[in-house]
Design a protein around this ligand. Structure first.
Ligand code: TRH
Length: 356
């Protein structure tokens, strides 16, 4: 089938990250034909400039306006149109669909949530005045949800120097042997400075890999010094492709992640993590986090439960670090469970089945 994915980058990278991950799954795993219309192609290109460029070449990257240029839609009517995160389709593109020889199905791809209510809304029709069929599609953890984007499944194999992606070699060459690694990708509201200072009091060595922009969030240049013990080594990586960032997550012992794409990748990496969920004014993120923790910790021991809930609410690491080995085992078990539950191919496969 032909798919048109519409991606508007509201802020951050998550919108592009999800659209790209969906597009690559649809093409490379399911042989679909995909165009992405995006209002910020440089960002999308950067994310997609990963390790296997042949995957990227199979997806048609187009600027937003190309969706309604006159020589487009009469010859290439899609079978499916994805409105990622409810972005509004351009009026002129819609007008082209009205006169198209066959009518596509429109999918409103929603935000991921572990809340049980999404099962009742997933797949429901969203009748439109214009008459084109449109449906809600809710990614989620439950069986009756849209599932998760699991592609590509990270490998658990031991890494050798040859496997280090080129963009990460300068950083990885500075890692100390037998030292725990932590990656950091969080929003500015996180109490990161205090967190790192506390980590340094534990008495163990940690290499902390700060993703692009995180060092600026520490705001160290304006006399706001950080009091780090010699146990902590801070390392900065540039903005890398999504493949390379996935790799970072799989190679660290603990990850701090944020929006929904890195959140799922941290789980697939099978390591303990803090989900710094995107803060919302109405505190909806607290409900979302609680719903996820209820699922994630369902079969965890009481001590792992307490440690994980504390960590996810930014209690300092010295309070919960003693539980890290048990939490690591729990993370691996959760990864296995997740992959089993998404054994049908996860979101991309469920989407194709739904449309079919
Ligand atoms: O960037 P985010 O904060 O995106 C957020 C979320 O999607 C949130 O739900 C949404 O409401 C908001 O945007 C608008 O975090 P997220 O979802 O983890 O997306 C980051 C993407 O960027 C992910 O695909 C990984 C990728 N990435 C890289 O490709 N290279 C990098 O160096 C880094 C740090 C990330």
């Amino acid at each position: 089938m032909r798919w048109d994915i519409f991606c508007q980058i509201v802020d951050n990278y998550g919108d592009a990250g999800i659209c790209w991950r969906l597009a690559r799954s649809l093409t490379s795993l399911h042989g679909q034909s995909v165009r992405i219309f995006c209002d910020d192609l440089p960002t999308l290109n950067l994310l997609a400039s990963g390790l296997d460029q042949s995957i990227k070449q199979r997806v048609d990257f187009e600027p937003w306006e190309a969706s309604f240029s006159n020589n487009r839609h009469p010859v290439q009517t899609p079978d499916v149109v994805i409105e990622a995160f409810g972005c509004k389709l351009p009026d002129r593109y819609l007008a082209g669909l009205f006169i198209a020889p066959h009518k596509p199905i429109i999918i409103n791809l929603e935000y991921l949530s572990a809340e049980p209510w999404i099962e009742d809304f997933h797949g429901k029709a969203s009748p439109q005045a214009h008459g084109l069929p449109k449906y809600f599609f809710f990614p989620g953890f439950h069986d009756n949800s849209g599932g998760l984007l699991i592609d590509p499944i990270p490998k658990q194999a031991e890494t050798t120097k040859a496997h280090i992606p080129p963009a990460l070699k300068p950083t990885w060459s500075q890692l100390r042997p037998h030292t725990k690694r932590i990656s950091v990708f969080c929003y500015p509201s996180a109490p990161l400075k205090k967190w790192l200072e506390d980590l340094g009091t534990i008495g163990e060595d940690f290499d902390v890999v700060l993703t692009y922009g995180q060092i600026e969030q520490l705001n160290l240049s304006s006399g706001n010094a950080i009091n780090l013990s010699s146990h902590i080594q801070l390392l900065c990586v540039p903005f890398v492709s999504q493949d390379e960032y996935d790799w970072v997550l799989s190679q660290c012992d603990f990850n701090i992640v944020r929006g929904e794409d890195s959140f799922v990748r941290a789980q697939l990496a099978g390591k303990p993590f803090i989900w710094h969920i995107y803060p919302q004014d109405d505190h909806a993120h607290e409900v979302k986090l609680a719903a996820f923790l209820a699922l994630y910790l369902e079969s965890a021991s009481e001590s792992v439960k307490t440690a994980c809930i504390d960590a996810m609410h930014w209690k300092l690491p010295s309070h919960w670090i003693t539980q890290i080995d048990d939490w690591s085992s729990h993370s691996m078990a959760w990864r296995t469970k997740l992959l089993l539950k998404q054994g049908d191919g996860g979101l991309a496969a469920r989407l194709i089945n739904f449309v079919a």
